[in-house]
Design a protein around this ligand. Sequence first.
Ligand SMILES: [Zn+2]
Length: 101
Amino acid sequence: MRIKKGDTVLIISGKDRGKKSKVLKTLPKDFKIVVEGANITKKHRRPRKSGEKGQKVEIPAPMDVSNVKLVCPKCGKPVRVGYKFVGEKKLRVCKECGEET
Ligand SMILES: [Zn+2]
């Protein structure tokens, strides 16, 4: 996967299009990611104890990784990424500025 946890991404499709946010979680098997504050679903949480109120919790649901673009931490633009090898190490690089991301 080209997107990692902690990345800043720009959402390019869906209802949150245009939003920039942080990747909270990646689900590489499904090619999905969870982005902070994006693709929000509301869930109702039942009270655990009597006397406690039920709460509505807003949870970001996983979205397809193809819906986002990485925002390069070096040049600040939404970019495509490539890879280069330095010795044994595979580095992710920005196709815009060529910097390692
Ligand atoms: Zn860049």
